[in-house]
Design a protein around this ligand. Structure first.
Ligand code: SAM
Length: 284
């Protein structure tokens, strides 16, 4: 039985599941050059952004995603100074990255300027660091940006994209990872949102293969809850250019000079613990 119009529902047809939030009103709807963007005011989750029918960000629970997309990879690098964010138009990951005082430069490349302009209105707290002099926001295809960038341009690349369909499809390919490999410096790291470990093992398996074929030495996945995404269980996958991903700057993480709501050193360690099925499924 479909819910009435006071609910937003993301239907996951292939898995016979759906997730709904009770809404107060639709605040905005537009078809940008790249995608359909909707903003709702919900009863209990604050504002909600939906792109092409898929939940992206809610005021209430985005902190888990944004903190796990940024802090683990930054603390896994010995000295992260130059960061590239591909996608990330809601600016929540950018805000977290800029909390690290050692970061000197962040380029954020989202294909769709409308996502950022709407976030400035409806998720202004996520955009509060956009004027930081270390940050530069540009609106072009991340694939083109990476293809054109010089060798050794960045220490970290965070791929905070939509699902691997439409404009984001190429961000999950060997060709793209090879360019990321080329433009990373020594000890360079990539972190990419990698969908649900319960529903999307085929995507994660494909990512591992493409990342390894692109030349990365080691790969590790972080697991965390994200209740508004399909299955409520999400992941981010990190890859290192020339080293094993064996540890992180634990002492620095324990003494982080900024506040978080989800991330801490213990969470970092725990998030790297893979469920029993995970690694065998990658080689099946
Ligand atoms: N947290 C979200 C999730 O996992 O559902 C993703 C956040 S987000 C707002 C994703 C962004 O990726 C969108 O703003 C979209 O415009 C951007 N994007 C998609 N394909 C892209 C591409 N090829 N280059 C740059 N940005 C891209």
């Amino acid at each position: 039985m479909p819910l009435d119009e006071s609910w937003f529902t993301e239907i996951c047809e292939t898995d016979g599941s759906a997730f709904s939030l009770k809404i107060k009103q639709k605040l905005h709807e537009e078809q940008s050059e790249f995608q359909k963007i909707e903003i709702f005011e919900t009863e209990k989750f604050g504002n909600l952004m939906v792109i092409d029918g898929c939940t992206m960000v809610s005021t209430r629970d985005n902190f888990v995603y944004h903190e796990m997309m940024s802090h683990p990879v930054l603390y896994a690098h010995p000295a992260p100074k130059r960061v590239l964010i591909i996608g990330g138009g809601d600016c929540g990951t950018l805000r977290e990255v800029l909390k690290h005082p050692e970061v000197e430069l962040v380029h954020q490349i989202d294909i769709d300027e409308r996502v950022t302009r709407l976030s400035e209105i409806y998720f202004s707290e996520l955009c509060e660091s956009n004027d930081d002099p270390r940050a530069e926001l540009m609106f072009i295809d991340g694939i083109k940006w990476v293809n054109d960038a010089a060798e050794d341009s960045y220490d970290i690349i965070i791929i905070d994209s939509t699902d691997p369909v439409g404009p984001a499809e190429g961000l999950f390919s060997r060709k793209f990872y090879s360019q990321c490999f080329r433009i990373l410096g020594e000890n360079g790291l990539v972190a990419q949102q990698s969908e649900s470990p319960l529903l999307h093992m085929d995507i994660i398996k494909g990512m591992y293969q493409e990342i390894q074929e692109a030349g990365f030495i080691d790969t590790a996945t972080l697991f965390f809850p994200q209740c508004i995404y399909p299955s409520g269980w999400w992941s981010a996958t990190m890859a290192c250019k020339d080293n094993a991903l064996s540890g992180f700057r634990q002492e620095d993480a324990e003494n982080k000079p900024f506040e978080t709501q989800y991330y801490n050193a213990s969470v970092h360690q725990a998030a790297l613990s893979a469920p029993e099925f995970f690694y065998p499924k990658l080689t099946e």
